[in-house]
Design a protein around this ligand. Structure first.
Ligand SMILES: [Fe+2]
Length: 480
């Protein structure tokens, strides 16, 4: 692919210095990027340098590369589920990572996202008969299409102009400032359904209706005959000098006494240790400054959990696995420190326990949701989780704070509706429900850090949400 791109450019008489070639090849549509840049330059240089190209590097580029599609239209076969006792790991990236981060990978990744979410949208009555984006402006009547959002901006008259694309083309879509959708937050790289009308000039589509994939309407969780409960402990941060030893002891003591018959499963959704070198100055806030010693200490802490409770551990952004999501599970040299009552999974992960489908996601993208969507805040992460469900994607925004690995399959699409959706990361605690899905924000076992104090953020530590798998009823036990 790399050589093909450079050859094509050379045939067109375009030569690149090595650094500029790297820059071009890192774009999702390299050919288009160079051609667009050249057509905007007053004088065409003999050899293109990074400095020549830099002014054009911020221009939005296409996500899905049409010429690369022939071999990638077929998505990867779903990886097989695996079982550990009563816990079935339906899907995570562990053992299935294929990406090298090249252009084909990116095209395939965005194409898989588009295809999966389009499949959900195509079932919507409002979108029956939807057209490819390239045909949308060719008709003088109502148009319907499914597309990925490339760019959103506000025009000088206060309307919003969105550039959308599918695997065949692009099209500008206008949301008039007095339309009911004017305040809808549309984030880059989300997949939406559009019902609209072609403008009189035929150069854009005016949006009349925005269709989100969303969840089917469901009042509440359908009861099952399970008598088990699952407890959640996120963001334990072992190794930090703000780890809450006393509340942890109280929680363990509770599990051994009052809670003895109540909890059968324990899910730990990431940031299980504080890690090393995660943020500047972290060394001053560590109680244990060796990564292996942190995991050893975690193994000791989890040994205190009474026998008979199955523990599921997932990585987060502080853990010793690759930071790019989806994150595979912990390497063998760490997992061998733990006893066999522990199941290690990747992030995110679809699990099934006693017939209940649980989607566990550490929640790194909550930073991007809160930073991009008006009305969302760190005080209400559950609302951000609702936004994920509405868009059927945990982390659509590419190039934000959440590093995304372009895997063959987009593991961050919420293609299956879970019964329980749990996240951590923001160190808040809460329980909610959206269209029959139980939402859980699973607290932390770390008190306020210097960084959080500086940002005026108050965590809600030492809370343990517990969900009954039969009824879905959830309560919060306070160990402060
Ligand atoms: Fe955390």
């Amino acid at each position: 692919m790399r050589d093909r791109i450079l050859d094509t450019l050379a045939n067109e008489g375009i030569l690149l210095e090595p650094e500029a070639a790297e820059m071009v090849l890192s774009r999702s549509d390299p050919l288009n990027f160079v051609r667009t840049a050249l057509s905007s330059m007053q004088q065409q240089p003999l050899v293109l340098t990074v400095n020549d190209l830099r002014p054009y590097a911020d221009v939005q580029v296409t996500r899905m590369v049409p010429e690369a599609l022939e071999d990638i239209r077929q998505s990867a076969p779903a990886p097989p589920a695996r079982s550990d006792g009563d816990v079935r790991i339906l899907r995570d990236i562990t053992g299935n990572s294929t990406c090298e981060g090249n252009i084909i990978d990116f095209a395939r990744y965005f194409n898989d996202r588009f295809r999966k979410i389009k499949k959900i949208l195509a079932q919507r009555r409002e979108l029956v008969g939807c057209l490819p984006v390239s045909k949308a402006t060719k008709f003088d009547r109502e148009v319907k299409m499914v597309a990925m959002v490339n760019e959103v901006r506000t025009t000088k008259n206060g309307h919003r102009l969105i550039e959308v694309e599918d695997d065949e083309g692009r099209c500008p879509v206008l949301i008039l400032k007095d339309s009911p959708m004017a305040n809808e937050c549309i984030v880059p790289d989300e997949v939406i359904g559009i019902v609209g009308k072609t403008s009189t000039k035929g150069d854009l589509v005016v949006m009349n209706e925005l269709i989100r994939p969303d969840l089917p309407l469901r009042k509440s969780m359908r009861p099952t005959d399970s008598w088990s409960s699952v407890a959640f402990l996120s963001d334990v941060h072992i190794g930090s000098n703000t780890f809450l030893h006393k509340p942890w002891e109280r929680m363990i003591n509770w599990l051994r006494t009052e809670g003895r018959d109540e909890v059968q499963y324990l899910i730990v959704p990431g940031d299980v240790v504080d890690g090393i070198g995660i943020f500047p100055g972290q060394e001053d806030e560590l109680e244990i400054d060796d990564i292996f010693a942190q995991y050893e200490s975690l193994a000791d802490h989890l040994k205190q959990v009474p026998d008979g409770i199955r523990i599921i551990v997932q990585p987060g952004n502080h853990d010793a696995v690759r930071p790019a999501e989806p994150q595979p599970t912990f390497p063998k040299d760490l997992t061998k420190m733990f006893d066999s009552a522990i199941t290690f999974v990747g992030n995110p992960c679809y699990l099934e326990i006693e017939g209940r489908k649980i989607l566990s996601y550490h929640g790194r993208s909550l930073d991007d949701w809160i930073g991009n969507v008006q009305g969302l805040s760190y005080n209400n992460p559950l609302q951000a989780m609702v936004e994920m469900l509405k868009r059927r994607h945990m982390a659509p925004i590419y190039g934000g704070k959440t590093p995304l690995a372009p895997e063959k399959e987009d593991f961050l699409v919420i293609d299956e509706v879970p019964d329980i959706f749990v996240s951590g990361h923001v160190h808040g605690a809460g329980i909610s429900e959206y269209r029959g899905v139980r939402l859980i924000c699973a607290s932390t076992w770390q008190s306020q850090t210097a960084f959080q104090r500086m940002h005026n953020f108050n965590p809600v530590p030492a809370q343990m949400p517990i969900t009954h798998l039969g009824t879905g009823e959830t309560r919060m036990v306070d160990f402060t």
